[in-house]
Design a protein around this ligand. Structure first.
Ligand code: OSB
Ligand code: MG
Length: 369
């Protein structure tokens, strides 16, 4: 496969519902899309870097400059055998995993289009449908949160994840558990707690949470392992896991019992599959996280979630939870039993609305040889 040109685009889209985490409030997304023009067709990638370097040290503007000056020039005009060869072409550049993933994933997509196989199959997927959960942000009031949970459960979602932080935790879990004693419930702190909060967090065991996601520092394994040894509830690591070696270290140290795989956070499909495999070998379940993606990233998340060890409901939910109008069609829909059907057509399995993307584009850059 040879890429003729890579087009970077920034699109801006307001979220249908503002999303608040312990690190901040997002109302408007600025998203870098990658379009590969190759072999008479086009393939797409989405960069999940945020508007600010709050979730990770990348943000859309760093991803843009790195993709433009360092990564795209290493891919354009070069014979690339398949998507799995991309990490090797980009390895001289350290870090910038979200920028790398947007390009690598587009190459995998290109390969699936040219080979006329579904992206899920190319990645090694085995599932026809994937179980879905939702991530519910911090709300203006507890009452609003209860309404949201009610709506999502009625829509069929199989697991509710609550964003939490000091001051928005025990009282909230108490209230939710009182009303819904049986549901699959988890929480995600996005690193909002410290070691001194260990007793506080240990007291959450009584809420029978499926997991506690990333309670401590974004770059830590050691203190998570100390905390995990005090908990009955499994810790799930998100931010801390950057690659397969991190997954191994975290599992061997007992820092977590579950791993959230975000393909952007680990640098692309190759590394996501490697994390998936090493977790599977050690009996640690994984699930697919979300980064408020458009349909392009979401379609790729669906494909990844079809791998065997994605055994827990992911944060891969319907387009309408995020956008008034998604940039793919059909929009991603979730069944009344909380599942998304994995497409069986070649490539990503959804059409990209190029006209809409053009309208949403605020900057564009074309990289050729
Ligand atoms: O930590 O999982 C996270 C969104 C943005 C940044 C980080 C996270 C999230 C989510 C939302 O939890 C997942 C989604 O619905 O896309
Ligand atoms: Mg998380």
């Amino acid at each position: 496969m040879k890429i003729d040109a890579i087009v970077l685009r920034e699109i801006q889209m307001p979220l249908a519902h503002p999303f608040e985490t312990s690190f901040g409030l997002t109302t408007m997304r600025r998203i870098m899309l990658v379009e590969l023009q190759a072999e008479g067709t086009t393939a797409w990638g989405e960069c999940v870097a945020g508007e600010h370097p709050y979730f990770s040290d990348e943000m859309i503007d760093t991803a843009w400059i790195i993709a433009k000056t360092e990564l795209a020039p290493r891919l354009v005009g070069v014979e690339i055998e398949n998507g799995g060869k991309v990490p090797d072409l980009l390895k001289q550049v350290r870090g910038h995993r979200m920028a790398k993933a947007s390009l690598e994933n587009a190459v995998w997509e290109l390969e699936s289009i040219l080979k006329k196989v579904p992206l899920a199959q190319l990645l090694g997927g085995v599932r026809d449908s994937i179980p879905c959960g939702v991530s519910i942000g911090i709300q203006p009031t507890p009452e609003k949160l209860m309404e949201k949970i009610e709506t999502e459960l009625a829509a069929g979602y199989q697991r509710i994840k609550l964003k939490c932080k000091p001051g928005w935790d025990i009282e909230i879990f108490e209230m939710v558990r009182k009303r819904w004693p049986q549901i699959l419930l988890s929480c995600d702190a996005n690193s909002a707690y410290r070691v001194k909060d260990s007793d506080h967090i240990a007291s959450w065991d009584r809420f029978n949470l499926l997991m506690i996601e990333q309670p401590l520092w974004y770059d830590d394994f050691y203190f998570h392992s100390k905390l995990q040894s005090r908990l009955k509830t499994r810790i799930c690591l998100d931010e801390s896991i950057r690659n397969r070696r991190d997954a191994l270290a975290a599992i061997d140290m007992g820092s977590c019992g579950i791993i959230n795989i975000k393909v952007g956070r680990v640098g692309g499909f190759s590394e996501a599959i490697a994390v998936h495999n090493v977790a599977a070998e050690r009996g640690i379940p994984v699930w697919c996280g979300g980064m408020l993606e458009t349909g392009i990233g979401r379609a790729q998340n669906i494909a990844l979630s079809s791998l065997e060890n994605f055994r827990l409901p992911g944060d891969v939910s319907a387009s309408k939870r995020y956008w008034a109008e998604d940039i793919i069609e059909p929009a991603v829909e979730v069944s009344s039993t909380g599942e998304i059907t994995v497409p069986t057509t070649p490539g990503r399995g959804f059409e990209v609305k190029t006209g809409l993307i053009q309208k949403l584009t605020v900057r564009e850059e074309r990289i050729t040889k």
